[in-house]
Ligand binder design. Structure first.
Ligand SMILES: *Cc1c(COP(=O)(O)O)cnc(C)c1O
Length: 242
């Protein structure tokens, strides 16, 4: 398989679809950041996509990333590697938090106050600020991580407490929508995450609530129409996973 050629074709097609969805919603395509979800993908293939100009990469497991990110640093060279943003997008167990802070530039799956407090302490120990997105469970599915939208008092309480943590840079929200046959079915999920973000921005206007990470390979166009500033794409870029 001609890796570089097929990656370029997928990337061009995804960028066109993002741009078309943005225009339908009266948005600028540049407002939307593409996060390449590289779980299960070999470092050589990830490096090829990085060389094509993709800047954000998402891995969902610390263990897998701990083997792959050093390999990517070697493949790309330290400077190119440092110019990319390596993000954790999957659930983080507290016992792996220290390793995650050492590996990743950003955590997009901050899903509890306890984890936030731990990450804040670890970031302080590393002498760095850690950009994070708060993951929200919009649909209420038991299989999903994230602060439940259905419990607003607990949700707002947790967020208010997170905002006091000086080493976390909370930049917005992330959600994983339910798997459905027709992406139109999850439009309300994306819409509700945007409404929550707008409400948080009214309550805490001095904070940067900019990002909405929502939309995956099967539903990213709907997410862009509903205001996504980051879409997380795995299969649409790399092809089917094994
Ligand atoms: C795997 C994964 C994605 C990407 O899924 P695709 O359907 O391959 O685009 C996005 N977000 C999270 C949290 C994931 O685990």
């Amino acid at each position: 398989m001609d890796t570089e050629h097929d990656l370029r074709t997928h990337l061009d097609s995804v960028r066109e679809r993002i741009a078309a969805a943005a225009r339908r919603a009266g948005r600028q395509p540049e407002e939307i950041e593409l996060v390449a979800v590289s779980k299960t993908v070999a470092p050589e293939r990830i490096a090829a996509l990085a060389r094509l100009g993709v800047r954000y990469f998402g891995e969902n497991r610390v263990e897998e990333a701990s083997a792959k990110l050093p390999a990517l640093q070697a493949l790309l060279g330290p400077e190119a590697y440092a110019s990319k943003r390596w993000c954790l997008i999957g659930h983080l167990q507290s016992r792996k938090a220290a390793q995650a802070v050492g590996l990743f530039d950003e955590i997009h799956s901050l899903d509890s106050l306890g984890l936030a407090q731990r990450l804040d302490r670890l970031a302080a120990a590393h002498g760095r600020a850690l950009p994070v997105l708060i993951e929200v469970n919009v649909s209420g599915e038991a299989s999903k991580y994230g602060l439940p939208l259905a419990q607003p008092a607990a949700l707002y309480g947790a967020i208010e407490a997170m905002l006091t943590l000086g080493h976390l840079e909370i930049q917005g929200l992330m959600t994983v929508a339910p798997l459905v046959a027709d992406p139109e079915e999850v439009r309300p999920v994306f819409c509700r995450l945007r409404e929550l973000r707008d409400d948080l921005a009214r309550r805490w206007p001095a904070r940067p609530w900019h990002h909405l990470s929502m939309g995956m390979s099967d539903d990213f166009e709907v997410a862009v129409e509903e205001g996504a500033t980051m879409v997380r794409l795995g299969r649409a870029l790399f092809g089917p996973r094994n």
